[in-house]
Write a protein that binds this ligand. Structure first.
Ligand SMILES: [Zn+2]
Length: 143
């Protein structure tokens, strides 16, 4: 499993902010079924708002059919590559991704740039296999 740290802050309420580590793929939304739940009412967050996953191109964000959309700055996207350390806006929240992900190999667990395909320390393939093999969640080694 690939772990990513996220920071969120409510642009309308400076007391509403936090950090969490999520396992990818991760969903963000108002419902309790999400990996990151943003439950504040009237903040423009849909029950199932967005999903972050990792594949061979790096980190990607997807709009899950939300009412208010996903934005890179002022540009609305249905899907897009998230740069390391980059951020996006959903509803009232700005969400920033850490500049690294944690290698899925438990014997390694080093922090690695999310745009790499292979961990430079142990050779672990960094992408979550979910994007290729439906709902089966597993990671594998190329070595
Ligand atoms: Zn590694």
């Amino acid at each position: 499993m690939t772990t990513l740290e996220l920071k969120w802050r409510n642009l309308l309420d400076e007391s509403d902010f936090g950090t969490c580590a999520v396992t990818l793929p991760a969903t963000i939304g108002r419902s309790s079924r999400n990996t990151l739940r943003l439950r504040r009412p009237n903040a423009g967050i849909s029950r199932q708002h967005a999903k972050i996953e990792i594949d061979e191109r790096g980190l990607r964000i997807h709009d899950m059919g939300s009412t208010n959309g996903v934005f890179f700055g002022t540009r609305q996207v249905s899907s897009g590559v998230l740069p390391a350390g980059g951020s996006f806006v959903i509803g009232a929240y700005e969400i920033t991704v850490a500049p690294h992900i944690q290698c899925a190999n438990a014997n390694c667990s080093k922090n690695v740039a999310p745009d790499l395909v292979i961990c430079p320390w142990c050779g672990q393939f960094l992408a979550d296999a979910k994007t290729r093999f439906g709902t089966n969640l597993y990671t594998y080694h190329l070595q």
